[in-house]
Design a protein. Structure first.
Length: 227
């Protein structure tokens, strides 16, 4: 058992771990205000907040992207996404007029799909949904973004040799199909990625890495809107 430590306060917690041992959670400074953090390699990365004094990271994927919540400077609990060193308010990333104020994100997969909950037909005040109903939500990135995440996932696995080259080539074919707007064209390269990943177990990939790549491509194949 390892004590992951704190940011200097007396409180800390862990919520989710990814394949690389990165842990999403929360920790406190000496004032005991809770901060969203990632515990990584013996260090604690403070993800910051949206201007308020409290937050937590509830989920993390194998690309190191974390989701959770943070209070804003207006003391409203909003769903967050930590990506490439920046903490985003997920309310700023959904289409305008969606009719929901996102309150928290609880998990994110390797394609960047996020689940959580939000306030429909009302307004968030503190941790509460005033005058509305709390509903579960699924946030799905554009397919082009999901393809980019597959590339990043393969690079993070640090595959070497012919197997990695072959997988990258299949991803390149899928990207060209997407750019052409031909949804039917995508199915072949995506199926080939899943098969190639399994074939490279013990060479370019571990069993777990191959399983995750195959699952991600199957998830992308199930996406119907390739616009």
């Amino acid at each position: 058992m390892s004590d992951l430590g704190t940011l200097g306060g007396t409180k800390g917690g862990a919520n989710k771990i990814n394949l690389f041992g990165e842990v999403a959670g929360w920790s406190s400074y000496a004032d005991d205000n809770l901060q969203p953090v990632i515990f990584r390699g013996g260090a604690i990365v403070d993800l910051g907040t949206l201007g308020g004094q409290e937050g937590s990271a509830w989920g993390i994927n194998d690309l190191g992207r974390a989701v959770g919540y943070s209070y804003t400077s207006e003391n409203r609990r909003h769903a967050t996404l930590y990506r490439h060193g920046t903490l985003y308010d997920l309310n700023d990333l959904v289409p305008a007029g969606a009719g929901v104020e996102l309150m928290a994100a609880t998990a994110i997969d390797d394609l960047g799909r996020i689940v959580g909950f939000g306030c429909y037909g009302g307004q968030v005040a503190g941790p509460d949904c005033i005058g509305g109903q709390i509903r579960a939500v699924l946030l799905t990135p554009p397919p082009g973004q999901m393809l980019q995440d597959l590339f990043e996932l393969l690079r993070r696995f640090r595959s070497q040799g012919a197997g990695a080259t072959s997988l990258a080539a299949r991803l390149g074919e899928a990207t060209r199909c997407f750019d052409s707007g031909d949804a039917g064209c995508l199915q072949g390269p995506l199926s080939a990625i899943a098969s190639e990943a399994q074939a490279q177990v013990g060479a370019a990939l571990t069993e777990e890495q191959a399983r995750l790549l195959a699952a991600a491509t199957e998830g992308l194949k199930a996406t119907r809107d390739y616009r």
